[in-house]
Design a protein around this ligand. Structure first.
Ligand SMILES: C[S@@+](CC[C@H](N)C(=O)[O-])C[C@H]1O[C@@H](n2cnc3c(N)ncnc32)[C@H](O)[C@@H]1O
Length: 240
């Protein structure tokens, strides 16, 4: 479905993260005009544009999906912050190592690209200066392991927090989303994707079964998100 992903996801700005929360946290911890923020797996650049507009910081966003990178540039242009936002296509598994000295680094709803939470923070902390901030939007297991691609690396809450702090960094804040919040977001997400899928299938009947399979996979993932895992966002400060 990759060539059609931007069409199926056209109704969404952030793809699973909360730009308002990130802006609030970074603003309260000193990110403003002149600060440099790195957004790894930036999607359509929605968070980057909100941060540049709200805080006046500059943001570098990197994402592997070229249509999203193009959309990020368009959004920055329309939002009047093209001078503060730079979007680049690239694989963050190799690109992150080239980025250093940022005031903050974001890793929002990207999944297990670097492994578990400890490995993720290990990558982010090399991108920021000592004292720099890191925001990780991820999840942890509630009662049992989950059999679904991408979720096999999830740990329980205690182990997740221990791994996040395993490099000696400070966890400054944690936001846990309630089940009701997850359900509301999933209902909205699912309804829009199904509607876009119907329109695409009407135009390209040959894709109908692939679209149905994609929608079913999304539905199963929503079920897991609501039943088996806790969505969470953490703000950390690099120590040392
Ligand atoms: C669920 S979206 C979240 C996007 C954005 N962080 C947000 O909150 O709106 C995950 C993004 O990670 C990107 N991604 C996943 N693996 C990647 C990789 N290895 N290199 C670059 N981008 C990657 C995908 O292309 C996608 O845009």
């Amino acid at each position: 479905m990759l060539p059609y992903l931007d069409e199926l996801l056209v109704d969404f700005d952030e793809l699973g993260s909360d730009a308002g929360l990130v802006a609030d946290w970074l603003g309260r911890h000193g990110i403003g005009a002149g600060a440099r923020v790195l957004d790894l797996g930036c999607g359509k650049g929605a968070v980057a544009v909100v941060l540049a507009r709200a805080l006046g910081c500059s943001v570098t966003g990197i994402d592997a999906f070229v249509p999203f990178v193009d959309e990020g540039r368009r959004r920055a242009e329309t939002g009047g912050v093209a001078g503060l936002c730079e979007f680049r296509a690239g694989d963050i598994r190799s690109e992150a190592a080239k980025e250093t000295g940022y005031d903050a680094a974001l890793f929002l709803a990207v999944g297990p690209v670097y492994g578990g939470p400890g490995e993720t923070v290990g990558v982010l902390r090399r991108c920021v200066r000592p004292g720099g901030l890191m925001v990780v939007d991820d999840a942890y297991l509630l009662d049992r392991a989950v059999d679904f691609p991408g979720y096999e690396v999830l740990l329980d809450g205690v182990r997740t927090r221990a791994q996040l702090a395993s490099h000696g960094d400070e966890i400054l804040a944690e936001k846990l989303f309630t089940r009701a919040e997850a359900e509301a977001q999933n209902r909205r997400y699912q309804a829009r994707i199904e509607e876009r899928g119907r329109r695409l299938a009407a135009r390209r009947p040959g894709l109908a079964s692939d679209i149905a399979a994609y929608i079913e996979k999304e539905r199963r993932e929503c079920e897991i998100i609501e039943r088996d895992i806790q969505n969470a966002v953490w703000l950390l400060r690099r120590i040392g």
